[in-house]
Design a protein around this ligand. Structure first.
Ligand SMILES: Nc1nc2c(c(=O)[nH]1)N[C@H]1C(S)=C(S)[C@@H](COP(=O)(O)O)O[C@H]1N2
Ligand SMILES: [Mo]
Length: 364
């Protein structure tokens, strides 16, 4: 854990330096950011049971049961915190939450079983049963609620979130016990977590305890009130949660990982490297600027994977003097990122998609 930049010890929140993040397409588990809302729960893997209520007979599945009963799959997916890049929003106005740089993101091979297979075994395919036992007439409107073993410091309640049933049944959504071929590290959810590719990291619960198919989203405060994108003119403190958009699918974003902010470079050719990401959708193009966004050149994109970030690199010829590097990505619909953090500021500091700007000095 000493490899990471620590924002908080209890709960433990930390991110890797950006050059290390960009070093490998699959992020080493020790370099993978950690976002936690409570203390690390100690879980005995041998005694562990995942409880699943899908409408049929409830299941209690050990790790061996999961391995034996369902096809084992590996999904390469990027996980990103909704607060990634929050630090840059503080230049506009105060925000709540840790000031993440661009490192609250990482990519791994997640090995486990499809959530869809587990839900079908639990009877979820056969029409919903509500908590009160009544039948739910509209299966497509159902939700899958997760409860975890950790206790959220701010509320004293277990961590809990939910996702729409349709996303839970999507083939990329998995219950994973391994990350890059090794058992999950304790801080990343040992022994079992959900991985919901394309969605904000908050919807990928670690230390999973129970999965419930129900007719409404989780009423846990993490789902009901937190992790919403409130309008800039609304103070989320005491506001009606419905005023905030639920943060599920992640927007188009990009970052410069090298050079670092404040670096001193020689005049002449400079190599920039970074990542771009667009939820579940492909990144179509990445531009970089050496003059704060007045002019742009296209970056080279590296081959990626459907649910993973896109690595890019670009070469700029930099004259001596103060210099502001910038990056912006484009999606297949021709949408790009806003130029300034003012355009996206919100009090809780979520989804900062403004151009990532990196000030460097170029000195002979
Ligand atoms: N049980 C539990 N799951 C959790 C969290 C948590 O605090 N408790 N944090 C969530 C958030 S906000 C994010 S961004 C991701 C981070 O996963 P990581 O720490 O493995 O990078 O886990 C999510 N799952
Ligand atoms: Mo997060």
């Amino acid at each position: 854990m000493a490899r990471l930049i620590v924002h908080g010890r209890a709960p433990y929140n930390a991110e890797p330096p950006l050059a290390r993040l960009r070093a490998a397409f699959r992020t080493a588990a020790e370099d993978f950011y950690v976002r936690s809302h409570g203390d690390l729960p100690a879980i005995d893997a041998a005694a562990y049971r995942l409880r699943v209520a899908g409408g049929g007979a409830p299941l209690a599945l050990s790790l061996d049961d999961l391995r034996a009963r369902f096809p084992v799959v590996t999904v390469t997916a990027t996980l990103q915190c909704a607060g990634n890049r929050r630090g840059d929003l503080r230049a506009v106005a105060p925000v709540t939450g840790d000031p993440w740089e661009a490192g609250a993101i990482g990519t791994a091979d997640w090995t486990g079983v499809r959530l869809a297979d587990v839900l079908r075994a639990a009877g979820a395919g056969e029409g919903g049963v509500n908590r009160d036992g009544s039948r739910d007439g509209s299966p497509d409107d159902r939700h899958v609620a997760f409860e975890s073993r950790d206790t959220v410091h701010e509320t004293g309640r277990p961590y809990g979130v939910s996702i729409p049933l349709a996303k839970a049944l999507a083939p990329e959504t998995v219950l994973a016990w391994a990350m890059n071929g090794a058992p999950l590290l304790p801080e990343h959810g040992f022994p079992l977590r959900a991985v919901v590719p394309g969605y904000a990291g908050v919807r990928s619960p670690k230390w999973l305890d129970a999965v419930t198919v129900q007719d409404r989203p989780s009423d846990n405060p993490i789902q009901a009130a937190d992790y919403r994108l409130y309008p800039a003119d609304v103070d989320p403190e005491g506001a009606a949660p419905a005023l905030g958009l639920i943060i599920d699918g992640m927007p188009l974003n990009s970052a410069i990982c090298e050079p670092a902010r404040g670096a001193v470079l020689r005049p002449g050719p400079a190599r920039l490297r970074g990542y771009a990401v667009c939820g579940d959708r492909p990144v179509a193009r990445v531009d970089v600027s050496g003059d704060g966004g007045r002019s742009w050149v296209q970056a080279r994109l590296e081959a990626g994977a459907p649910h993973a970030w896109t690595f890019w690199s670009a070469d700029l010829d930099l004259p001596a003097g103060a210099c502001e590097l910038a990056v912006r990505a484009w999606d297949a619909a021709g949408q790009t990122q806003p130029a300034s953090p003012e355009a996206v500021w919100n009090r809780k500091g979520y989804l900062n998609t403004a151009w990532h700007r990196v000030a460097v000095r170029v000195e002979a």
